[in-house]
Design a protein around this ligand. Structure first.
Ligand code: SAM
Length: 390
C-alpha cells in the first residue's frame, strides 16, 4: 500500500523537513508553500508519524479533483466513497482552506459547507445515517485546500499537532514549540557528538529535544494511545504500528556521546524542566542546574550553546537601557568564557543582538508561533577573544 501524504511545516524550516523525509525513506518529495508532498509505503507511514521532528501535521490525500466553482466542488466530493474513508459513528470537522484571494474565490466557509453537504449526503445514501460535526474534539479532521480550480482533499492522520510530544506540562509562560526546538538543532547540524548547553532553559524543550536526537529516540514515542489521527481510521494496522514502535525502541541508543546541560535563573523552571525530562524519559541524561548565566562557568571546555532569550511580554517592564545591557553582558560573557564554543541565540527580530559585539557566522529568520524571530549564530574561536562587531 502506498500513501500519498502532505507534511505541514513553517515555510522557514521546510528544508529541514525535506531532509528528514529523505532520511526516513519518503519518495517523490515535492516541496510546496508551507508543505511538502511525498509518498511512502505502509510501514514508512507509521514510522514517519513516530519520528518526524519538524512537521506540525501529516495529511493523507483522499482525492485531488477539479473544483472551478462550488457546485463542481460538491459534485466531485459527493463521488467519494466516504463510508470507506471513515466510520459513520465518528464525529468530524472540515477545514476549508482557500489558497488564493480575489473575486470569485470560494471562502473557507463555502468550501467546508459544500464538502460537508456532499459527505453527509453520501453517508445518508449508503448508511441511512450521517456522521455529526464536532468542532471541538472531532474524531476525524478533514482539510480541503482549493487553489487554481483544484481541490486537494485530505484527512489529518497526525491527530493532535505533532509538536505535542506528550512530555511537556504548561508550567512555563513562554516555551518554544518542540518542533521549532528540533528544527533549530537540525539547522545547527546538532547530532549529539558535541556537548550542548541551554543556559536559559525554561521548560527544558531544547535540551530534551537535543537528547532525543542524540539518543536516536523517536520524537513521538511517548504520545498516549489515541493521540494520532490514524488510530481512528479504518485502514489502521494495529500490528504494524506496534511493530514500528518496537523497532524504534530497539534502535534507541543507551548512552550519550557528549553531555547535555540545562540551567535557568529561576529554580521553579529548572524543576519544571526536570519533570518534563522525566516524562520524556531522558532526565538521567541531562545535567540540570539553577543559576544566573552570568555567574555560572561553562559546563564543558567546548560545545554548542543554544538559548532562547526572553523577549516580548517578558521584557515589557524592562527599560531599553537594561535590555541593551543584558545583550552586551551576554556578548562579554561569551568573549570571556566561551572561546571554543558555538553559540546560537533565538531572539526577537527587532532585538538589539548587535550589542553582543560579536560578528555572527549565520542569521536565520524563523517564526516562533506568530512572532518573527532570528537565530543568530556565533563561532567563538579559541584565541580570538577580540571579535569585531559588525
Ligand atoms: C524565553 S524563556 C526560554 C523558554 C525555553 N526555551 C522553553 O522552551 O521553555 C527565557 C528563559 O530565560 C531565563 N533567564 C532570563 N535571564 C536569565 C539569566 N540571566 N540567566 C539564566 N536564565 C535566565 C528565564 O527565567 C526564562 O525561563
Amino acid at each position: 500500500m502506498i500513501f500519498n501524504l502532505i507534511a505541514i511545516c513553517p515555510e522557514e524550516t521546510k528544508d529541514v523537513l525535506v531532509d528528514e523525509l529523505k532520511s526516513l525513506g519518503a519518495t517523490e518529495i515535492d516541496p510546496q508553500f508551507k508543505a511538502v508532498h511525498f509518498k511512502v509505503d505502509e510501514e514508512g507511514f507509521y514510522d514517519l508519524h513516530l519520528k518526524l521532528r519538524t512537521a506540525s501535521r501529516l495529511l493523507k490525500i483522499i482525492k485531488i479533483f477539479s473544483a472551478k466553482d462550488e457546485n463542481m466542488l460538491y459534485d466531485q466530493a459527493r463521488r467519494i466513497p466516504w463510508d470507506e474513508v471513515f466510520d459513520v459513528d465518528s464525529t468530524f470537522v472540515i477545514e476549508g482552506v482557500p489558497g488564493e484571494r480575489g473575486p470569485g474565490v470560494m471562502s473557507a466557509n463555502t468550501i467546508s459547507k459544500r464538502i460537508r453537504e456532499a459527505l453527509q449526503s453520501s453517508f445518508l445514501h449508503k448508511k441511512k445515517k450521517k456522521p455529526s460535526v464536532n468542532l471541538e474534539e472531532p474524531d476525524v479532521s478533514l482539510s480541503a485546500f482549493v487553489r487554481g480550480g483544484k481541490c486537494i482533499l485530505s484527512i489529518d492522520t497526525s491527530g493532535k499537532s505533532l509538536h505535542k510530544r506528550g512530555y511537556r506540562s504548561d508550567k512555563h509562560p513562554a516555551p518554544i514549540k518542540e518542533t521549532l526546538a528540533s528544527a533549530i538543532l537540525k539547522l545547527l547540524k546538532y547530532d549529539g557528538s558535541t556537548a550542548l548547553y541551554d543556559p536559559m532553559c525554561g521548560s527544558g524543550t531544547i535540551a530534551i529535544e537535543a537528547c532525543s536526537i542524540a539518543l536516536n529516540k523517536a520524537a513521538l514515542i511517548h504520545r498516549k494511545r489515541g493521540d494520532f489521527g490514524f488510530e481512528k481510521l479504518p485502514f489502521f494496522n494495529k500490528d504494524l504500528w506496534r511493530k514500528v514502535q518496537d523497532k524504534a525502541r530497539e534502535a534507541k541508543d543507551e548512552k550519550l556521546t557528549a553531555p547535555i546541560f540545562a540551567s535557568d535563573i529561576q529554580s521553579k523552571y529548572v524543576d519544571a524542566a526536570r519533570d518534563n525530562a522525566l516524562r520524556a524519559r531522558v532526565e538521567r541524561y541531562i545535567t540540570f542546574m539553577s543559576g544566573d548565566f552570568f555567574d555560572l562557568d561553562p559546563p564543558a571546555p567546548e560545545g554548542l550553546l543554544i538559548a532562547n532569550l526572553p523577549y516580548g511580554e517578558r521584557l515589557k517592564n524592562v527599560s531599553q537601557e537594561e535590555t541593551l545591557d543584558f545583550y552586551k553582558r551576554i556578548g562579554d560573557k561569551l568573549k570571556k568564557d566561551y572561546a571554543g564554543w558555538r553559540a546560537a541565540f533565538l531572539v526577537a527580530e527587532e532585538s538589539p543582538w548587535k550589542f553582543f559585539g560579536l560578528k555572527p557566522s549565520r542569521k536565520i529568520n524563523l517564526l516562533n508561533g506568530s512572532i518573527p524571530v532570528k537565530l543568530v549564530v556565533f563561532d567563538l574561536y579559541k584565541g580570538t577573544k577580540k571579535i569585531k562587531s559588525k
